[in-house]
Design a protein around this ligand. Structure first.
Ligand code: B3K
Ligand code: ZN
Length: 871
């Protein structure tokens, strides 16, 4: 497969002013007619070069120009598309082709999910529907007519419905018109036997918009939360960004077979069912929160992505980084800001830092790719959002808003670049972000080494910050970044010192050099620094805190995020020591200071229960592994188990007291306060189960039987799977399934709880699960639940000494690659990190990768990932 480079970008030779599509739906032979008004793009130069149309897996029937069928000599069909010689500056191109939605298991282009037709076109799926210049800088006005038998009553596409009726043969049709020019990746079509839930939203200028969520009939009762979230998102975008919705209708459709979370198609968002459907009985708190944020995310794309789109796919972070930043702020405003930040940073540290340190590391604006689907990454999304957040931090809310207003105004209706975004921020505020731009072009996670010095006689406290960034593929040397480091200085009583004449207690240090000193005057005693408050930059900070200092920060830091961060540093310190003792064959131990610190947190009446829950949650094995250049998987498992057992055993009385205090019956509501209560309660329950003392199992059984919401029910099931005796665990698994087998989302949760269980999710049980009628290799959610749960959330079983886990993943990747390359390429990632593991594991992982490479013809998707990790 060939590599595509950003530096080779050229403007399109031809533009398409309008696109008129006509579909006659048949499972195995859907007929597509497309009429394109094509025009030479004068910006591209002189002359009339051939017209290149992308097309993959299409059966071409005919091509006509201005009404006459083209002779075969005027066009050439290749595996990638069509090359046409027309030699007119403007013409009407008519193409007939056939496609086979039923056999399309890649879930890209037009496919069937259950009995419903749906599409996924981003990034390059439209070329699997018809021949087209499938690139985001070709924007066109679409009209779409869908013809089908009446078995499929609902026929949807983008924009507004402008016609409907019956054909002579008894079929029916609907025509949709989208008044906004858009790239083909935002095209969508849905046809099925669907019900809908309706609501309305009155925009700030008084227009009434119809809101409609479509699902299969059995799920119609699970739309309320998404609808409420949508209305909140619409209002929030008006208030925070001045962005109003622009069509008469906004539709959302839930689909069971979907490669990712959701898709922002203009006026017709398509959602993975798991990211839109919820009810208290069937969805956990985290599902409720996920839905709110994804509904927001896709809605926000209407401006950051659709009205202003990307020029090419290297610019993906332009829309994704910005939109993730927008959705994170939306969730923070609606729920607990600190908890949202903690969750996002945990994800970034665990998974994005690993990506930045691995073989696929790339800047948020990549410079090359083989398969663009492989670049829908945590780097482009989450680190991209952190980069936008840093701009927000450097400019402040008001000036950031000025920049975003200018960006939307200047580029409305255009396909633009990350550079255009930065320039808008600069122009609106007369600032210079020249050095800041390196965040877009350099990969890797910068490391800040911080040391300090206090000159008592002069009253000067100095922070010394040195920055480095490890080499990444194709980038040996890095230039220094421009990094906003938000700090506070704590005095001996734990109070923030005043740092400026205006009385502020925080300062944003702008680090620009490889090494820099920051001085603070008029200081009488040596303060304790609180560094990188709120995680003001996506970097690693090294400062040699003592255990005592960390406990002090945990108790006193006025920055909630940093209180949690201090607890994480403390846990990592303990986990490192335990690992060392484990390797040295010594008795394992945990300091009594650490235990007391946890006891204080647990007993605190002042701390927000949400924060208590976050502090009590030990770092996952995966995030512990991320801390080391050389990972000893066995030691990590042993250390984490020991720390968790020690805390559970010593704090059992307090844990039980807290559990009983929080275990109150009240109607379910997914608000931040109640969610916090449930999460703390369930953390306590899981520790009690670890301690396996007294009546922990009775408490689990009781909660399992009595739970009135899925959060509590799933927590109890997890506890029984991990800690009940074999009979109890099996009985709980079976009864849960009996009860919920008709509910796809709950069944997915049930699969995931088993596969991620370090005790129950042995490879043997994973294989058994894959034989279960609820499992389906063609359904990405099921694959993610079972195989992904094993590889990504079951560290102990996956990294078993014998390498069986790696071999299994290799085998599944090869099988899946034939069905769904995008999903296969995601699944292979856990074994691409072989360089980091110690001992035999490294070789075994590498061999498994090699097996994939040797298995025969691979998709571009899997080939790119595997090949780059073996180089
Ligand atoms: N833009 C889509 C992602 C499409 C991924 C295609 N492989 C969802 C989102 O980020 O909102
Ligand atoms: Zn997005």
């Amino acid at each position: 497969p060939k590599t595509i480079y950003l530096k080779d970008y050229q403007v399109p030779d031809y533009l398409v002013d309008s696109t008129d599509l006509h579909f006659e739906l048949e499972p195995k032979a859907t007929l597509v007619k497309s009429q394109l008004s094509v025009r030479r793009n004068h910006e591209a130069g002189e002359g009339l070069p051939p017209l290149l149309l992308d097309g993959v897996d299409l059966e071409l029937i005919s091509v006509a120009v201005d009404g006459s069928i083209l002779p075969p000599a005027s066009y050439q069909e290749t595996p990638e598309g069509l090359i046409l010689t027309v030699e007119k500056p403007e013409f009407l191109l008519e193409i007939y082709n056939r496609i086979n939605p039923e056999d399309n298991t890649s879930l890209e282009g037009l496919y069937l999910s259950n009995d419903m037709y749906c599409t996924q076109c981003e990034a390059e799926g439209f070329r699997k529907i018809t021949f087209y210049p499938d690139r985001p800088d070709v924007m066109s006005k679409f009209t779409t007519t869908i013809v089908s038998s009446k078995i499929l009553p609902v026929l949807l596409s983008n924009g507004n419905e402008i016609d409907r009726g019956y054909c002579e043969d008894g079929r029916h049709f609907v025509t949709w018109e989208d008044p906004f020019a858009k790239p083909a990746y935002l095209f969508a079509l849905v046809a099925g036997n669907l019900e809908h839930r309706d609501d309305t939203f009155t925009t700030v200028s008084g227009r009434e918009v119809k809101l409609r969520i479509y699902t299969e009939e059995k799920n119609i009762g699970k739309c309320d939360h998404a609808m409420r979230s949508l209305k909140k998102a619409m209002r929030w975008d008006e208030e925070m960004y001045g962005r109003e919705y622009d069509l008469d209708i906004f539709m959302v459709v839930a689909v069971d077979h979907f490669n990712m979370g959701a898709m922002e198609n203009k006026g017709l968002n398509i959602f993975n069912s798991a990211c839109v459907l919820a009810s208290p009985e069937t969805a956990t708190d985290s599902a409720f929160q996920r839905i709110e944020s994804i509904v927001g995310h896709e809605y926000f794309h209407n401006w950051s992505g659709n009205r202003v789109t990307c020029r090419d796919w290297f610019q993906l972070s332009l829309k994704e980084g910005f939109t993730v930043f927008r959705d994170a702020e939306f969730s923070a405003d609606l729920n607990s800001r600190a908890v949202k930040r903690i969750e996002d940073v945990s994800l970034l540290r665990t998974s994005q830092f690993a990506e930045d340190a691995g073989p696929m590391a790339h800047p948020i604006r990549p410079e090359s790719y083989m398969e663009i689907s492989n670049f829908y990454t945590l780097t482009v999304y989450e680190k991209g959002a952190e980069v936008v957040r840093m701009i927000h931090t450097l400019l402040g809310q008001e000036r950031f808003r000025r920049g975003s207003d200018l960006y939307f105004e200047r580029h409305d209706g255009c396909a633009v670049t990350c550079e255009d975004f930065i320039v808008a921020m600069e122009d609106a505020n007369q600032v210079d972000l020249a050095q800041f731009r390196r965040w877009y072009s350099q990969a890797g996670t910068p490391v800040l080494v911080v040391s300090d010095d206090f000159d008592q006689s002069k009253g000067i406290y100095t922070l010394n910050i040195r920055q480095t960034c490890p080499p990444t593929p194709d980038q040996e040397e890095k230039l220094p970044f421009h990094i906003p480091v938000k700090i506070g200085l704590l005095d001996g009583n734990g109070h923030d010192r005043i740092l400026s004449d205006e009385g502020s207690t925080e300062e944003i240090l702008e680090v620009r050099n490889v090494e820099q000193n920051f001085e603070f005057n008029g200081i009488k005693e040596k303060p304790l620094p609180s560094l990188l408050r709120g995680f003001s930059a996506p970097v690693k900070v090294r400062y040699s805190y003592t255990e005592k200092q960390l406990i002090f920060l945990m108790r006193n830091d006025s920055d909630t995020f940093n209180r949690w961060d201090a607890s994480q540093r403390l846990a990592f310190m303990a986990l490192s020591n335990i690992q060392q003792d484990y390797r040295d064959g010594k008795a394992l131990q945990v300091s009594s200071e650490l235990i007391e610190a946890y006891r204080n947190v647990l007993k605190s009446r002042i701390l927000d229960p949400a924060l208590v829950a976050e502090i009590l949650t030990l770092p996952s094995e995966q995030s512990i592994a991320e801390m080391y250049d050389s990972v000893d998987a066995g030691a990590i498992v042993a250390a984490r188990e020991f720390l968790s057992e020690t805390l559970a055993n010593t704090l059992a009385p307090e844990l039980k007291e807290k559990y009983l205090e929080l275990n109150v019956v009240k109607p379910y509501d997914p608000n931040a306060k109640d969610i916090a209560g449930r999460s703390l309660k369930n953390i306590c329950l899981s520790y009690l189960a670890v301690a396996e003392k007294d009546d922990a199992l009775d408490l689990l059984e009781k909660q399992f039987d009595m739970a009135e919401n899925m959060t509590d029910s799933a927590a109890a099931l997890r506890g029984l799977i991990n800690h009940g005796d074999a009979i109890q665990a099996e009985a709980a698994i079976q009864s849960f399934y009996q009860h919920w087998q008709g509910d796809t989302q709950v069944v997915e949760l049930w699969l995931g709880l088993q596969s991620s269980s370090s005790r129950y999710g042995s490879l043997e049980n994973i294989r058994t699960l894959m034989e279960h009628p609820a499992f389906e290799l063609k359904n990405p959610n099921k694959v993610r639940a079972v195989i992904g749960g094993f590889a990504n959330r079951n560290f102990k079983q996956f990294h078993k000494e014998d390498g069986s886990g790696y071999k299994f993943i290799a085998e599944q990747v090869v099988a899946l690659d034939k069905l769904n390359p995008q999903i296969a390429a995601r699944l292979v990632i856990p074994i691409t990190r072989w360089r980091k593991y110690t001992g035999n594991l490294s070789d075994k992982m590498k061999n498994a990768l090699q097996d994939v490479l040797n298995s025969g013809t691979l998709s571009k998707d899997v080939f790119e990932v595997v090949n780059k990790s073996l180089i």
